[in-house]
Each structure stands twice: as C-alpha cells, then as structure tokens.
Ligand binder design. Structure first.
Ligand code: BGC
Length: 381
C-alpha cells in the first residue's frame, strides 16, 4: 500500500535559512504488489509556510495532492481535490487530472493533428476524435524527478521530465522543469520552463480542482468568481474553438464582476450545452503580446471567507467547473466528489492554437525557451 498522507517532517538543515520551516521529502514505498516499476521512486514533498499553509506535491504527474489553508476563523481545510493513495491517481477509471501538470499541450488539439513547416503530425487521440491534455500518457501520468531547491523567501521543489521525441506523437525532445514555491504570503507560485531540439507545440498548465469550502464539501456553485476577461473563445460540440473571440457582455460568460458560479449556469445558451456548463477558455484582458503577470481570476467563498486570486503570464484561462464529476469518485476525506464539486482555473494559451492562425502561437522553436508563471494566492475576507 502506498500512502501519500503519512509524511514525517524532516527538517533539512542544508536548506539554509529556509530550514526554519520544515520541508518533508519522503520516499513512498509499495507493499501492495502493484506492477508499476516506478513506485519506489514516487515521492511526496510537503511545503509549509509560517502562516500555517501546507502544499503537498508528488513527482507522479507533478501532482499537487493537497493545499491546506485557513478560513477567516483560522480553521484549516484542504481545498484541493485528490486522493490519499497513489494507486487511486494511477488507476482512476475516470481521468479527472486532479492536481496534475498537464501537457505537452494542455487542452484540446482538433483531431490530434497539426502542421509545422509543412510537416503534419498526428498525436494520440483520447477525447472523442480529439487530443486532450497531452494524450493517453500525458505529463500527468509520468514520473518526474523531484528535488528541493532554494528560492529566496519560499520553500520550493523543482520537478523535471524529458518528454522524448515522438512521445504521444509530438516532435522533439522536450526538457521540462516545473517549480512549485510556497512563500509566507500564502502564495503558491508555479514556474514552467522548457526547451526543445525540434519545433513543437507547448502549452503547460496546472489542473488543480479547488473547493474553497474544503474538498468533498458539496458543489462550488455558491463560490463567487471574477474573471479578468472581456472575451472568450466559443467552441463546437467537441469543445474545439470555432476561432471566434467573442465578447462576454450580455451572456452567461460575463464574470467581469464577482458573481456566483451557479447564477447563470443553467441558462439556455448553446455554449453551456456544449460544455455541459462552463468549460471554456477566457481571454485575459491584456495588450497583445504582453506577457507580464496579470490578474486572471478572483474567487470568493462567502461562508469560509477564503479567497483565491490567480495571476499569470498566460493569455488565457480555462474555467472548468467540474461538470463531469458525478459522485463516483471519493476523495481524501472519503466524501464523494459530486457534480461541480470543484473548479479548475487552468492558465494557458488558447485551445487548438496550432490550428488557429489568429490565436497567439504555442510553437516552441529549437533554441528558444518556453517560460510561463502562475501564482495562486490565498487570503480571507
Ligand atoms: C477540460 C474538460 C475536461 C477536464 C478533465 C478540463 O481541462 O476543459 O473538458 O473534462 O479537463 O479532463
């Protein structure tokens, strides 16, 4: 049995001035006869800060397995959906991508096909006729290497993975590093870097499902959401963008000021039918080509007072409100994850960009560096 929850805190003195707070890094061991060769190398790192916030990260899928934050009374709750046991991540019948890094291409590529420089590539198709979240064995299902690193003012781990040429059909050997850093201001910063030896599409994102009441505490329809987006990218019935960049004004997609996620979700709108609710990419308000940190979203859970603010260098954010959860999966506290029991705010480039000439490019050229950052900041009001 592999247990992700037991993590004796080891104070790592070589962590220098960061040693004041503890970083646990425990190697998980299997006794359940599971065949996955990599089980012995699966690790769990616990990042802690001086405000009592804790974030756990495993090198399987670079998954954030837990985010524990206080409410306005100081009461702690785990606000990230996930499992206690690594087997559940590996064997999950449904593939919800709880907490994982998804890619090489987070989101969909139509029919799994695209062309670069006249050459057509065919990717693994795993979502109807389309490619989703990097394919059958995307970055969420591989074992990364994990090491603690020194980030001033934060506790941090760095995960690395080499996605090989032709893996899931993608061209080029892609060397990826993802850093998770937790500081004392309750900010979890995720930095992505990648380089390739052949031009390839890259669109990495973080797929945590949040429920600011606590994981398993019902649905998230009462959470209030603000998206810093005057426009979104409508999709077809297969959730592939039509290419249009449509204004949100006057539609259920208008989250320009805080409103409960559930307020307009049942409106008779074709896009809500296609997504079975909100499952759309929003175009973050920023000047074209601007890649500075910009506010993407603010979420307030009125009862607990917990607030999540997301800033990013990315041009888009996929707002997915857990439409495909249906109560069959049980999470860390044994409670069922009901329909819309969590929301994802996946900062990223727009879906299907390799086939959409008007969308910002996602092609990483040989010799160039892919770099992207997102901050998840927790507070209370
Ligand atoms: C997608 C959804 C998908 C979910 C889980 C989200 O990023 O937008 O369509 O169901 O991931 O796979």
């Amino acid at each position: 049995m592999i247990t992700l929850s037991a993590c004796p805190c080891l104070l790592r003195s070589w962590f220098g001035y960061l040693a004041l707070t503890a970083l646990c890094l425990t190697t998980m061991r299997s006794s359940s006869g599971q065949t996955m060769e990599d089980f012995d190398s699966i690790q769990l790192a616990t990042l802690k800060n001086s405000s009592g916030m804790t974030v756990k990260v495993t090198n399987y899928g670079a998954i954030v397995t837990s985010i524990v934050v206080p409410d306005r009374q100081g009461k702690l709750a785990d606000v990230a959906l996930g499992y206690n046991r690594i087997e559940d991540y590996i064997n999950a019948v449904d593939k919800p991508y709880f907490g994982a890094i998804v890619g090489r291409y987070g989101n969909r590529i139509a029919k799994g096909k695209f062309a670069i420089g006249g050459e057509t590539y065919s990717l693994a198709v795993n979502n109807g006729e389309n490619h989703l979240h990097g394919g059958v064995v995307g970055l969420d299902k591989v074992v990364w290497s994990l090491k603690p690193i020194v980030v001033p003012g934060a506790q941090a781990v760095q995960l690395s993975y080499l996605a090989k040429d032709k893996e899931e059909g993608y061209p080029g050997n892609l060397q990826i590093t993802v850093t998770y850093a937790l500081n004392n201001q309750n900010e979890l910063k995720v930095d992505y870097l990648a380089t390739t030896d052949k031009a390839t599409p890259v669109n990495l994102t973080q797929h945590t499902y949040f429920n600011l009441k606590g994981e398993g505490e019902g649905d998230i329809l009462d959470h209030q959401l603000m998206l810093n987006a005057n426009a979104y990218t409508p999709v077809d019935a297969g959730s592939i963008p039509t290419g249009e960049i449509a204004p949100v004004k006057g539609t259920p997609f208008d989250f320009t000021t805080l409103k409960p996620i559930g307020r307009d979700i049942d409106q008779a709108h074709e896009q809500l039918k296609f997504g079975m609710g909100f499952d759309h990419n929003f175009v973050i308000n920023r000047a074209p080509g601007d890649a500075s940190m910009q506010l993407a979203a603010r979420v307030v859970e009125p009862k607990s007072g917990r607030v999540l603010e997301i800033t990013t260098t990315e041009p888009g954010v996929q707002f997915y409100c857990g439409n495909f959860l249906d109560g069959r999966l049980k999470g860390k506290s044994g409670k069922a994850y009901v329909k819309r029991g969590g929301f994802c705010l996946e900062t990223q480039h727009y879906p299907d960009s390799p086939n959409q000439p008007k969308f910002p490019s996602t092609i990483l050229e040989k010799g160039k560096a892919y770099s992207s950052s997102t901050v998840f900041k927790f507070s209370v009001q």
